[in-house]
Write a protein of this length. Structure first.
Length: 103
């Protein structure tokens, strides 16, 4: 029962949060400095996510396949390719390098 109530509460909260953006778009104005800080913060968070998922977290062999896939993804993203192309190319590169025996 508690699980169902928690799921319902999270669902309602998520929809309320998503609805509030378009509903309050014309009522709230942020200063240009705040908007710039939010943009920079988003880039920093994405860079941190890439670093955390690329670097090894456990002891052992650190292979070449994963960083190569991330490098391919970064290059395609830099060239403004669609996100699906970026993800598929990175996954394919990593899988092929591991299939060829590179860790």
């Amino acid at each position: 029962m508690i699980l169902a109530a928690s799921m319902i509460a999270l669902t309602l909260g998520t929809y309320a949060f998503r609805w509030s953006g378009p509903a309050l778009r014309d009522r709230i104005r942020f200063p240009a400095r705040t908007i710039r800080l939010l943009e920079v913060g988003a880039v920093v968070l994405i860079a941190a996510l890439v670093a955390v998922t690329t670097l090894p977290t456990a002891p052992g062999e650190f292979g070449f396949a994963l960083p190569a896939g991330v490098l391919i993804a970064a290059a395609l993203a830099w060239r403004k390719q669609p996100i699906l192309v970026v993800i598929l190319a990175a996954a394919t590169t990593t899988a092929l390098l591991r299939l060829l025996g590179l860790p």
